[in-house]
Ligand binder design. Sequence first.
Ligand SMILES: C[S@@+](CC[C@H](N)C(=O)[O-])C[C@H]1O[C@@H](n2cnc3c(N)ncnc32)[C@H](O)[C@@H]1O
Length: 305
Amino acid sequence: MATRQTEAGTSSKRTDRRRPAKGRSPRASAAASGDTRRVQGGVATSDVVPSAHVGENALVFARILALHVPAGARVADVTFGKGVFWKQIEPGAYDVHASDIELKPSARAARPSFTYQDGVDCRALPFEDASFDCLVLDPPYMEGLYRRKTDHMAGSGTHAAFRRAYSNGRATAEAEGKPRAQPRWHDAVLDLYARAGREALRVLRAGGVLIVKCQDEVSANKQRLTHVEIITGYESLGLYCKDLFVLVRPNSPGVSRLKKQVHARKNHSYFLVFEKRSTKISSVVDLSAGELARRSSRAPRRRAQ
Ligand SMILES: C[S@@+](CC[C@H](N)C(=O)[O-])C[C@H]1O[C@@H](n2cnc3c(N)ncnc32)[C@H](O)[C@@H]1O
């Protein structure tokens, strides 16, 4: 009888009778049996999913799904864009519901088996509560794509293809119809992640997985660690950050008008994997009191009466 192992190699009391089948890697065997737990007696292998990758979104996305989302799962990709994330996924592997505020014209043809819905705002999804196993969120990640006038947006002229791929190309005020009430600059980026995160929480079933793509940015000369803001913000909603992947661009980033470099030029982005859990876990650590005080939102235990 095999004892259940944690990733650090310590055993817990739960037991598991299943062992990897001969000739199969532990991961393939676990996937085939629907069991992704690690068991004592596994073989030494380098066939594991690492946390950092150099290359394309589609490569990392496929590895994240293989690790965290079981085949056949009902998945909502609510910022589907061109569907680039899905390039390496077998057709039919998942029940994919693709939506976007403005689906790219090429999107449907590439994956005819997906269910499509155009004109869907990820902040107000037309889906029932607890109706998805997984939700994918990849909204425009930089403040330059949230401007009140189109000619102030990032990606003009020769960079127009970038703007088309990463946003719906509309000025924020134009799309919202409430120019004064909108958060600005980097706060506009966070505001979209925040509202979309709350919707994701609503439509995910308990134990469901939220995959979020983001990139840090320097905004108004300030370093804004978007991935940290999203992790701590989503944790406050009750989402547990189960995994984090770093994607490094294979090519060198260029700067068109550099006077003096102040911050490192970003050539990496993140995929964050959250799980909808009933117990909140917080990464916010308060060191100001001189001793470790982790902000926890667990309900305090009631004393026996
Ligand atoms: C970075 S792209 C997504 C790329 C996509 N993951 C892919 O694989 O091709 C961002 C997408 O978010 C969409 N978008 C922007 N605001 C949105 C909103 N409020 N609701 C839904 N989609 C939105 C844009 O139209 C754009 O297609």
